[in-house]
Design a protein around this ligand. Structure first.
Ligand SMILES: [Zn+2]
Length: 394
């Protein structure tokens, strides 16, 4: 390579084959191992070493690196997708990439196999061009982002995140560059009672009543919360699942509720756990048998809107896509909650930036614009080169 015009780029048909192959793997909340093995093989063809990190027999994270030394830039994408729901609502086979009028349809085209494919392509193109000369680019492909974030949690536990100097998550970001999102918690409350005929309730114990007390008190509590984050707004609380009783004249012996809470840095996940612990203990002191299970807890992420990655991402998007991307906060949670646990500093360079529109995520007839997908590997490649050039001259 003697000049920039001759940089190796993967041909468009190879990029489309890559995305079509990824869409064909039905990695619906499981079976990401197939995706990971496929990517490992592709990377191997370009002399990029990678490692599979098994989570279960059918699920494995994938980590791959190019370059060496500091800084270490993380590129992260998830390999799972949500279910395709009712196939009748799809105009095409959700697991067969289908092109129509410049759009590529299929489950995961937006969320987020196109972002993952563009990151992998960028990695290959950089490697083929003997880049980066200084610094490391680490691909962190995760399992289970859509349910619980177990892949990103495993990466954090296995020490793949402490040495990161920057992180890009390739989730669909429309024309935004996301620098902040709320946290998310899933909580299950189980109440144990004793069945009895409803004409003699004193012979049993109604499991539903103390549970309803807790749900209502929590609702009143959150209604009164005035704490707000400038980027993210207030925390939110929603009771979403309730199961109790099976006959109208029988005192229910068990009641189960689930709630989802969205947190902000000023109202943390710990605060929520403490609140529910207090509410449950108050009921249990009066004879209830309530059990609290916080089974998912992902922290809020708020970095500076003008961190060093957002600036370069804006310039690169303007140059390659000729679109003015804007820094924004998002409501949805990402793997950054786990991947950035060891990087609380507000000026840490983080962006969620990828092809596709987040408003199409999880919907029937999900698609990504073909031109956007094809351009995004170049966007990532140039962004990484520009970021490393700046870092290495700092
Ligand atoms: Zn996603």
């Amino acid at each position: 390579m003697d000049n920039k015009q001759q940089l190796f780029s993967m041909p468009d048909d190879a990029k489309l084959t890559l995305l079509a192959d990824l869409i064909a793997f039905q990695s619906v909340n499981d079976h990401e191992l197939k995706v990971a093995q496929y990517l490992q093989q592709l990377l191997q063809q370009h002399q990029i070493k990678s490692k599979l990190l098994p989570i279960t027999p059918t699920r494995a994270n994938l980590v791959a690196e190019i370059g060496s030394g500091q800084p270490v830039i993380g590129l992260s994408g998830h390999m799972d997708v949500v279910a395709a729901n009712d196939r009748q609502h799809w105009q095409t086979d959700p697991f067969k990439l289908t092109e129509k009028a410049g759009k590529l349809y299929g489950r995961g085209t937006a969320d987020m196999k196109s972002g993952l494919a563009a990151m992998v392509t960028a990695l290959i193109e950089l490697k083929e061009n003997q880049l980066p000369q200084q610094g490391t680019i680490r691909l962190l492909a995760t399992v289970g982002e859509e349910v619980g974030g177990l892949g990103s949690a495993a990466f954090a536990e296995q020490h793949y995140t402490e040495d990161l100097s920057a992180l890009i998550i390739g989730e669909p970001s429309a024309h935004d560059i996301i620098y902040a999102h709320r946290g998310s918690m899933d909580i299950r409350l189980t109440s144990q009672g004793e069945a009895a005929h409803s004409s003699m309730p004193e012979k049993g114990f109604n499991a539903l009543h103390p549970l309803l007390e807790v749900l209502t008190q929590a609702k009143h509590h959150f209604d009164a919360v005035t704490i707000t984050n400038n980027s993210l707004g207030k925390p939110t609380y929603n009771a979403t699942i309730l199961n109790a009783g099976d006959q109208v004249n029988t005192i229910p012996d068990q009641a189960i509720a689930e709630v989802n809470i969205r947190t902000i840095p000023e109202y943390t996940n710990e605060t929520v756990t403490a609140l529910f612990t207090k509410l449950v203990q108050a009921q249990n002191r009066q004879g209830a048998l309530l059990h609290l299970d916080v089974y998912m807890s992902e922290i809020p992420i708020v970095k500076q809107a003008d961190n060093s990655l957002t600036k370069i991402a804006r310039e690169t998007a303007q140059k390659i896509l000729t679109i003015a991307y804007q820094p924004q906060a998002s409501v949805g949670v990402t793997d950054a909650s786990n991947l950035l646990k060891s990087h609380p500093e507000p000026d840490f360079p983080f962006i969620m930036f990828g092809p596709g529109d987040y408003r199409l995520a999880h919907k029937d007839n999900e698609y990504v614009e073909k031109a956007t997908y094809l351009a995004f590997s170049t966007v990532y490649r140039e962004l990484l080169v520009a970021y490393l050039a700046q870092k290495n001259t700092d």
